[in-house]
Design a protein around this ligand. Structure first.
Ligand code: DAH
Length: 340
């Protein structure tokens, strides 16, 4: 009998199954009520007393091994035979949430559109510039503080290669590449080594405009500024110019608009003054025309440059410039919801 048990052990050990039905078959054959092992236990009753110990041990071993084998086969099947995911092709899909334009892009496009209506075409220039285009050709004196390491991100020194600190550098490229008269508006990203705060960032956006023709006067500049301010901030907006200085314009001015948030009465955004500064402007300095090979006896022009974040903040009552760069959907979403 021990021999028979040994044979069965080998048989069970070598057993291989290919399906759950075969595992069940195995269980019934060996461990079922009428199974081989069960009937061996029946036979055990008739085993002579002196053989009982050896046969009993072998029989118990057979039963344990068979159980183990059964558990192992079941476990293997559970691992390998995971129920396949059912795909219900008739289910509706997930709704696609449409993206929206960034508020800075919306404001930039609106400004470009207003200038397009006045006959300005769009020009663009590189963000990486040399000293000539960013400073020298714009009449910056050699020792001007804006050339200082503190403001400018230099990529290389002597000859200087830098990240342009203003879109005015594109004025120079425009004068090189376009024939006169020219009337161009330039959006761009600019870089300055400044501490990041609610009102300043080391990367921001500007829009520059340049108009050069015969007989361009300050009155043309003034008309352009008035038109822009009313179109962009609303028909009630008033404009004021304050004398200022820029190396590339003469005379130079800074332009304020009446605060669109309080209607000019004074609030914490305009610091109680009722006015907000939005851009620098002026008549192109004759030196700049000279430096760029334009006859200053025949031609004159005006230029202006504004910060896009600045005007976007004023228009939409945004109090922290950093919000534009964080890309928090809760912030960005508001510009879609409002239908901008
Ligand atoms: N480039 C100046 C700046 O970044 C802004 C500016 C002032 C641009 C006067 C102009 C201008 O075109 O005429 O601060």
């Amino acid at each position: 009998m021990v021999e028979k048990i040994q044979q069965l052990l080998a048989e069970i050990d070598a057993f291989r199954v290919a399906s759950r039905a075969e595992i069940e078959q195995f269980r019934v054959n060996y461990l079922g009520k009428k199974g081989v092992i069960t009937s061996l236990f029946e036979e055990f009753k008739h085993v002579p007393v002196e053989a009982k110990k050896a046969v009993g041990q072998a029989l118990n071993e057979l039963k344990t091994k068979t159980r183990e084998k059964l558990d192992k086969m079941n476990a293997n099947f559970e691992e390998n035979d995971e129920p396949r995911e059912r795909v219900d092709l008739s289910k509706p899909g997930f709704p696609a949430r449409p993206g929206s334009r960034h508020p800075l892009s919306l404001v930039r496009n609106e400004i470009l559109d207003i200038f397009a209506r006045m006959g300005f075409s769009v020009s663009e220039g590189p963000e990486i510039e040399d000293d000539w285009h960013n400073f020298s050709a714009l009449n910056f004196p050699e020792e001007h503080p804006a050339r200082d390491m503190q403001d400018t991100f230099f990529i290389r020194k002597s000859p200087d290669i830098l990240l342009h600190t203003h879109t005015s550098s594109v004025q120079v490229r425009d004068m090189e590449n376009h024939s006169l008269p020219l009337r161009l508006v330039t959006p761009g990203r600019v870089f300055r080594n400044e501490a990041i705060s609610a009102r300043a960032h080391c990367i921001f956006h500007q829009i520059e405009a340049l108009y050069i023709d015969k007989d361009v006067s300050f009155a043309d500049l003034r008309q352009t500024l008035d038109f822009f301010a009313r179109e962009f901030f609303g028909p009630e907006t008033r404009v004021r110019l304050r004398p200022s200085f820029f190396p590339f314009t003469e005379p130079s001015a800074e332009m304020d608009v009446s605060c669109s948030l309080c209607g000019g009465k004074g609030c914490n955004v305009c610091k109680g003054t009722g006015w907000l500064e939005i851009m620098g402007c002026g008549l192109v300095d004759p030196n700049v025309l000279d430096l760029n090979g334009i006859d200053k006896e025949i031609y004159s022009g005006f230029a202006l440059g504004m910060g896009v974040e600045r005007v976007a903040m004023l228009k939409h009552g945004i109090r922290d410039l950093r919000l534009f760069f964080e890309n928090d959907v809760r912030f960005l979403e508001q510009f879609t919801a409002a239908g901008f």
